[in-house]
Design a binder for this molecule. Structure first.
Ligand code: A2P
Length: 302
């Protein structure tokens, strides 16, 4: 099965393609062509967010990509995210009504009638967090979002929803890779049937976000640790990126690789022609180094 066909269930009606195309840090100059190429390469799942400030160009790329491939909206899974506000940055938490308006604004920028998944981007809503979650449930009921979830939520944020007696999120999008495996959070999510979606799967690559102005908070120890991944990738005849992405989908996590390079786009989608053997999965399970590095500028769990 190819990466564009394998899916994981989100709720009774919705399944998420295992490999999605991530759009964080893709500029408005690049986004249209990148999304068009991604759809041509076989991606059927696009992950975006109002916080990425590229929804209009991503939306244009989606329209062009679908047209060029003779596809319809129903052939594509699109995720968008609410920026919830963040009092720590002087950014007032969105109210429930503002949450609905934000989703409408994202749909209009993307040029879509609905998204397949709408997420609260981070648990920054403070005492409005539950109000925001209720608004997402309303968006699902009105058909503007086929499924709803959260991102960067920890166990206590999920417990808050459970304690309020509300339906639980369909998914939680979190940083997940061999250096940030979050076993406690994943077990908690499994208990509540919350699907994991992995972001920043490529953190362990030596080249990950090394361009000026991009964040990388890797320790020297992490930077030095590429030998095992290189050895395994060589053994399976794949790239290190494919090995890291395969680790995610083999564990049952949808992954969201991003590349502007069409050859790497194709490579990152090709995750089902090999599998990582039990011994290597066991070795990778020992590499957990804690909370992750992608949110270097702040702790999203607060
Ligand atoms: P490029 O666009 O030149 O391929 P993230 O989405 O977590 O920021 O990671 C994306 C980074 O990983 C980009 O810098 C991208 O660079 C790089 N990348 C994506 N796919 C691959 C790959 N298969 N091999 C090497 N680097 C990759």
């Amino acid at each position: 099965m190819s990466g564009s066909q394998t899916t994981f269930a989100l709720n009774t009606e919705t399944a998420i393609p295992a490999v999605g195309f991530g759009t964080y840090l893709i500029s408005n100059d690049d986004a249209e062509a990148a999304i068009r190429s991604a759809i041509a390469a076989g991606y059927r799942h696009i992950d975006t967010a109002s916080g990425y400030r590229n929804e209009e160009t991503v939306g244009a790329g989606i329209r062009q990509g679908l047209d060029a491939e003779g596809l319809t909206r129903a052939d594509l899974f699109v995720t968008a995210k609410l920026w919830p506000g963040n009092p720590a940055w002087g950014d007032a938490p969105k109210t429930g009504a503002q949450t609905i308006e934000e989703c409408d604004a994202s749909l209009s920028r993307l040029g879509l009638d609905y998204v397949d998944l709408y997420l609260i981007h981070a648990p920054y809503g403070g005492d409005r967090r539950l109000e925001q979650w209720r608004a997402l449930l309303d968006l699902q009921a009105s058909g503007k979002a086929r499924s709803v979830g959260v991102s960067n939520f920890n166990e206590s944020h999920l417990d808050e929803i459970a304690a309020a007696g509300l339906p639980m999120p369909d998914a939680n999008q979190i940083e997940l890779h061999p250096w940030s495996q979050k076993p406690g959070l994943l077990a908690h999510m499994a208990k509540h049937d919350i699907a994991p979606i992995a972001y920043s799967s490529l953190v362990p690559l030596s080249t990950w976000r090394t361009e000026p102005g991009q964040d990388s908070a890797k320790t020297d120890e992490m930077k030095a640790d590429g030998t095992a991944f290189r050895g395994m990738a060589e053994k399976y005849g794949v790239s290190e990126a494919q090995l890291l992405l395969r680790w995610g989908v083999q564990n049952g996590y949808a992954v969201l690789p991003k590349s502007l390079n069409p050859e790497r786009m194709r490579q990152n989608l090709d995750l089902f022609s090999f599998s990582i053997d039990d011994a290597d999965m066991a070795q990778m399970a020992t590499m957990d180094r804690g909370d992750g590095v992608a949110w270097a500028s702040g702790d999203p769990s607060k």
